[in-house]
Design a protein around this ligand. Structure first.
Ligand code: AP5
Length: 259
C-alpha cells in the first residue's frame, strides 16, 4: 500500500466513524495500542477498566460493588457493565468512532454489543485479538506502572519512563496497580480463558476477528494492528461492498444475539 493510499484511508477512517474492538488477555497490550489508534484516528477510547477504576476512586455505588471483584481479578457482573456502557454510548464523542478496550469480556457482553450496534445501524469494522502466552503476561504485568492521571502505561524494562517513577506526559507519580501482583494476575488469566475466550470465538464465528501476535515489540505490534484496521476499512468501504459485513447482515446477527 502506498503512502498516498494510507493517507487516504486514514482520512476516510476519520470520516467513517471507525468502530473497533481490541480484545485479548490482561497485559496483552490493549491499552498501549489503544493510545496510538486513538491519536491516529481521533477515536473515543473506551476502557471499561479505566471507567471502573474511576467509579472506585469516586466511591460511587457501582465503584463499591466493583472494588473487591477487581482487586480479586474477577469480572464485574454483566448487568452492571452493560448499564455503564449504555450510558457511555450516549456520550457525543462516540459518534466520531470508538475503540473498545476491555469490553466485551463475556459472550453475553459480546452479543449485547452486537445487538445494540445493529439497532443503531453502526456495525463494528473489526475485532483485533492481541494474542500472548500466559507466562509473558505475568512478566509484563508484574513490572507495569501506570499514570493515574492520563492512563499512560509503562514497563520498567521494555518501556520505561524517561525519569524514574514519573509520567513522561504529565509528570504524575506512577502507580503499581493493586491487581498487578502474581496471584491476582493468574486469577485474571483463568477468568480470561474461561469467560472471555468464548466471546473471541463468537467474533470469529461471525467473521469479525483478526489475530495479532502481541509478543512482538510495541512498534511492530502497532504496525500489525494498523494494517488490520486499514484492511477492515477497505473491506467495509462502499468500493468493496461485496466483501463487507453489510449492515443487513449485522442487523440479522443483532436479531440472533437478542434471541
Ligand atoms: P482492565 O483494566 O481492562 O485490565 P485488563 O484487561 O486486565 O488489561 P490490562 O489493562 O491489565 O492490560 P492491557 O492489555 O491494556 O495491557 P497494557 O497495554 O497495559 O480491567 C481490570 C479489571 O476491571 C478486570 O479484572 C475486571 O475486574 C474489571 N473489568 C474491566 N472491564 C470489564 C468488563 N468488560 N466486564 C467485567 N469486568 C470488567 O500493557 C501491559 C504491560 O506490557 C505494560 O507495562 C506495557 O508497557 C507492556 N507492553 C505492552 N505491549 C508490549 C509489547 N508489545 N512488548 C513488550 N511490552 C509491552
Amino acid at each position: 500500500m502506498s503512502v498516498i493510499d494510507l493517507r487516504r484511508l486514514t482520512s476516510t477512517a476519520r470520516q467513517q466513524a471507525l468502530r473497533v474492538v481490541l480484545i485479548g488477555p490482561p497485559g496483552a497490550g490493549k491499552g498501549t495500542q489503544a493510545a496510538t489508534l486513538k491519536e491516529r484516528y481521533g477515536l473515543a477510547h473506551i476502557s471499561t477498566g479505566d471507567m471502573l477504576r474511576e467509579e472506585v476512586r469516586r466511591q460511587s455505588p457501582l465503584g463499591s460493588q466493583a472494588k473487591a471483584l477487581m482487586a480479586a481479578g474477577k469480572l464485574v457482573p454483566d448487568v452492571l457493565i452493560l448499564q455503564m456502557m449504555a450510558q457511555r454510548f450516549q456520550q457525543p464523542d462516540v459518534s466520531r468512532g470508538f475503540l473498545l478496550d476491555g469490553f466485551p469480556r463475556s459472550r453475553a457482553q459480546g452479543e449485547a454489543l452486537v445487538a445494540m450496534l445493529a439497532a443503531h445501524n453502526q456495525p463494528l469494522h473489526t475485532v483485533v485479538q492481541l494474542d500472548l502466552q500466559d507466562e509473558e503476561i505475568v512478566r509484563r504485568l508484574c513490572l507495569r506502572r501506570s499514570c493515574p492521571a492520563c492512563g499512560r502505561v509503562y514497563h520498567l524494562q521494555s518501556n520505561p519512563p524517561a525519569q524514574a517513577g514519573l509520567c513522561d506526559a504529565d509528570g504524575s507519580a506512577l502507580v503499581h496497580r493493586e491487581d498487578d501482583n502474581e496471584a491476582t494476575i493468574r486469577t485474571r488469566l483463568a477468568v480470561f480463558h474461561e469467560q472471555t475466550e468464548p466471546v473471541i470465538e463468537y467474533f470469529r464465528s461471525i467473521g469479525l476477528l483478526q489475530r495479532v501476535d502481541a509478543s512482538r515489540p510495541i512498534a511492530h505490534v502497532e504496525h500489525l494492528v494498523e494494517r488490520m484496521v486499514q484492511g477492515a476499512l477497505t473491506r467495509t468501504s462502499p468500493l468493496r461492498s461485496s466483501r463487507r459485513l453489510t449492515i443487513s447482515k449485522f442487523r440479522s446477527l443483532g436479531r440472533a444475539a437478542r434471541g
